[in-house]
Design a protein around this ligand. Structure first.
Ligand code: PMP
Length: 401
């Protein structure tokens, strides 16, 4: 058989560990607490339908190619959305991307060479690990605690790293991280920015969940804090997305980066997709113009808060001492730590048998995976499904012992 000469990163690539769970989802009656899907019931169907109609009134724009950097009307809207979060920028610094996933991929393409060291949180978002592995970077995970990335551990690692092992980039999700659900306090944000300035690395601040707080808000973004500390050399590259607040199908994300970076990312994007869908961009611009997003986000914050509390109560009730977790203050995930007596493989199999799916912890680590943990989402299942799903998880714990 003819052996196809794949490039080194693709010779034996691992696929997304979360997408590998998809076959289990098609089992009849399966309750999924696995995906990072927003609630389908919360999509603003009427508002988006009206935005679609308005977008189609200008087919010369919505059905045509557009500028690689994005449709001017949408860039303006996203600039305003970002500004309201304290992320102020010039228009040239903002690029619309096909999901924030693409934004990270473009940054990796223009910044990371094989062997470059990149720091990420432990645990972290699996697609970030995947992109960095394919870029053949050296991935180093920094421990987290209940408040997010541990600055003491980071500082110690930076201090002892030889100069060729200092990070070029650090990737973090300070607001309601995926999977740990943590919210980084302001003092840690300031300390992180100080370290980036002292050691000369860039920070990728990935913020798809910040708008989904359950009432207590979020500290200032790293981007804003860094802008105050070092206005001429802000080391923070800010990413966000409409996926979790409006609809993932639009595939609208954005990055706010220095002009040098945005120009190069636009060139990288030219060979990827030329431009993000003009139709999706028009719909998003029309939708944001109409003000519907604010109402929809408010509804999502309330509903996700309710579902989170419902899941937390069910977990305490069904699992008791067998697992622990910290209630998140926003976002979509509970990160559950199980006691050591449960074999993770057996627990996963027993859960599938019981008809409930979660993401096993190993998906979120590069090395030294903590196998005794799992990610659960409360965003897509309703309260009835959450009750039933966690009851099934309880049975799986009984069976796995
Ligand atoms: N970053 C994080 C932390 C995420 O959880 C996700 C989606 N699960 C993304 C980025 C990608 O989102 P999208 O490409 O849909 O904007």
């Amino acid at each position: 058989m003819y052996k196809i000469p794949f490039s080194a990163p693709y010779s034996e690539p691992a696929g997304s560990p979360i997408r590998e769970l998809f076959p289990f989802l098609s089992r009849p009656g399966m309750i999924s607490l696995a995906g990072g899907y927003p609630s389908a019931g919360l999509f603003d169907q009427v508002g988006l339908q009206q935005a679609c109609l308005r977008a189609m009134e200008s087919p010369g724009q919505s059905l045509q190619y557009c500028a690689t950097e994005g449709l001017p009307a949408l860039r303006e809207r996203l600039k305003e959305v970002s500004s309201a979060r304290g992320v102020h920028c010039e228009l040239e610094q903002l690029i619309v991307t096909t999901g924030s996933q693409q934004a990270f991929d473009l940054l990796v393409r223009v910044l990371v060479e094989p062997g470059n060291c990149v720091y990420v949180e432990s645990p972290t978002y699996p697609a970030t690990l995947q992109a960095l592995r394919l870029a053949q970077s050296k991935i180093v995970q920094i421990p987290m605690d209940a408040m997010g990335i541990r600055i003491d551990a980071l500082e110690a690692m930076l201090a002892k790293a030889p100069s060729d092992e200092r990070p070029k980039l650090l990737y973090t999700v300070p607001n309601f991280s995926n999977p740990a659900g943590t919210l980084l306090p302001r003092e840690r944000r300031e300390a992180l920015v100080q370290l980036a300035l002292r050691y000369g690395f860039l920070i990728v601040e990935d913020d798809p969940y910040g708008a989904l707080d359950f009432g207590s808000g979020t500290p200032p973004t790293l981007f804003e804090l860094a802008g105050e500390l070092a206005p001429d050399r802000n080391p923070v590259l800010y990413l966000s997305s409409l996926s979790k607040t409006v609809a993932p199908a639009l595939r609208i994300g954005w990055m706010i980066v220095p002009r040098d970076v945005s120009r190069r990312c636009a060139i990288a994007k030219q060979t990827t997709d030329l431009c993000s869908s003009s139709l999706a961009q028009m719909i998003a611009a029309e939708y944001l113009n109409g003000g519907g997003a604010d109402v929809a986000i408010e509804a999502a914050r309330k509903e996700y808060g309710l579902r989170m509390r419902h899941m937390s109560a069910a977990l305490r009730d069904q699992l008791g001492e067998r697992a622990s977790f910290v209630e998140p203050a926003g976002g979509m995930f509970i990160w559950l730590q199980t006691t050591r007596e449960f074999d993770p493989k057996r627990l996963f199999e027993a859960s599938v048998e019981a008809g409930v799916l979660f993401v096993p912890g190993r998906a979120f680590f590069e090395a030294d995976a903590d196998l005794h943990c799992m990610r659960l989402t409360y965003a897509s299942p309703d309260c009835g499904q959450i009750s039933e799903g966690i009851a099934r998880l309880g049975h799986a714990f009984d069976a796995a012992k």
